[in-house]
Design a binder for this molecule. Structure first.
Ligand code: PLP
Length: 450
């Protein structure tokens, strides 16, 4: 990386003057000016380089600036940058084919959106129209997007300022053994009791009023709680029993993150609708979508689907998806996530947990890992309170600062750090990331009662 602090200062000044940032108090943020990125690394204008343990917002699954995908975007831009959604266009047709080939079961029709939130909006609209029912069940400890319906489905504090009672959303608790809502001590108990809780919730809400249940296959931002064996199959059964549409949100978990093309494949379940975005083209150009089952597609066979968007299946975004999926297949990116996740990341994180009293639990799969940081391993009191900010969040801020100091960019959410690098990160780089976490966890240990 070259050093050019003056250029960095100009970028920063224009940002601070005019860019309004997501989820932030505008006067309290200090965004790093980024000069460039390649593979699993990015760097600033001072020449400091970071290993990106976040994959951006968990989306650059093939890393930054993959030359084949960049070339495909350039070629598509030169040939046909854009075209309206009502036409058949090569890159759109091919992206849909490649996605449908990989989605589970009969999820063979693809409705393209610009990202994850609008994919969720459309999945819910399809479910309501397909069933003629109003309500949707979603989980606490979930994230489904920033638009009005999607944020109302979200089970985290980002929902609160936009909460509207009319959204027809009912929330339930999904399995999370480490902080069980069901007084469970084993995965089997957690699974059985979470399913019983869901079915009771349905009984009291009125099964015939519920259009859909939406779940992240593996909840991402909320903490990477891999569901116990049997849970998702149990939800599938409950949906079938009551005629409820089962929506799996694979915006974060999909496209290789868990070491399978889709996380649903880990559990052998087939939802009725599946949302995707992020990894579909590593976010090189905004793209998301809904994969639709045969039965729901049929609902809109002779009856118009009342929804659409100008950029549905944008040719440039679809060309990036075609190139990304082909690169992932040719370069064994999904296998890399599965293999190095099991042989390097998991043992590395477990070894860190043995030495650092701040680590309460290590959990995950593939390249999708969370460390839950605690003050006290016995009581499991979180290192910072739920939704803490300012001074109350100081221990996590100290952890993040130490990680950056050590040369990695960490994913931090509440009392957790997630280890979610690009899926094609190599063994040596992963070990470098683990070593940096070692140093950062020492900073977190200082805030424990141990
Ligand atoms: N669903 C899940 C599971 C997500 O993780 C996200 C984003 O992080 C979304 C939906 C929203 O996607 P987007 O930010 O592209 O609208």
């Amino acid at each position: 990386p070259q050093t050019d602090p003056r250029a960095g200062a100009a970028v920063k000044a224009a940002d601070r003057a005019h860019v309004f940032h997501s989820w932030s108090a505008q006067d309290l943020i200090d965004p790093l000016a980024v000069a460039g990125a390649e593979g699993s690394y990015f760097w600033d204008y001072e020449g400091k380089r970071y290993l990106d343990l976040t994959s951006g917002l968990v989306y650059t699954n093939i890393g930054y600036q993959h030359p084949k995908v960049v070339a495909a975007i350039q070629e598509q831009a030169a040939r046909l940058t854009t075209f309206a959604p009502a036409f058949a266009v090569e890159s759109r047709s091919e992206a849909a084919r490649l996605i449908a080939e990989r989605t589970p079961g009969d999820l063979d029709k693809i409705f393209f959106t610009n990202g994850g939130a609008d994919a969720v909006e459309h999945a819910i609209r399809m479910a309501r129209l397909h069933t003629g029912r109003p309500k949707v069940l979603s989980a606490y400890r979930s994230y489904h997007g920033g638009t009005q319906q999607a944020v109302n489905l979200t089970g985290d504090p980002r929902r609160w300022p936009s909460d509207s009672g009319s959204a027809g959303v009912v929330r339930f608790w999904a399995p999370y053994l480490y902080r069980s809502r069901f007084y469970a001590e084993t995965e089997e108990q957690e699974c059985a009791r979470a399913l019983e809780h869901l079915e009771t919730t349905i009984a009291f809400e009125g099964p015939a009023t519920i259009a859909a249940i939406i779940l992240e296959t593996v909840p991402g931002t909320a903490g990477i709680m891999v569901p116990p064996p049997g849970y998702l199959a149990g939800v599938r059964e409950i949906c079938d029993k009551y005629g409820i549409v089962f929506v799996l949100d694979e915006v974060m978990a999909g496209f290789g993150r868990t070491g399978e093309w889709f996380a649903a494949d880990l559990f052998g379940v087939v939802p009725d609708l599946m949302t995707f975005a992020k990894g579909v083209n590593s976010g090189y150009v905004p793209l998301g979508g809904v994969a639709i089952s045969g039965a729901i597609a049929e609902t809109f066979g002779k009856r118009a689907y009342p929804g659409g968007l100008t950029y549905s299946g944008h040719p440039l975004a679809c060309a990036a998806a075609v190139a990304t999926i082909n690169v992932m297949a040719e370069e064994g990116v999904v296998e890399n996530a599965r293999n190095l996740g099991a042989s390097v990341v998991e043992p590395g994180l477990r070894e860190l947990a043995e030495r650092h009293p701040s680590v309460g639990e290590v959990r995950g799969v593939g390249m999708f890992w969370a460390l839950e940081l605690v003050k006290n391993r016995e009581t499991r009191e979180p290192l910072v309170p739920y939704n803490a900010s300012g001074e109350a969040n100081a221990p996590m801020a100290a952890f993040a600062a130490a990680a950056k100091q050590a040369g990695v960019w960490p994913f931090v959410n509440m009392n957790r750090t997630h280890f979610v690098p690009p899926l094609n990160t190599g063994e040596a780089e992963l070990k470098e990331g683990l070593a940096a976490l070692d140093a950062a966890l020492t900073a977190a240990d200082a805030h424990t009662e141990g």
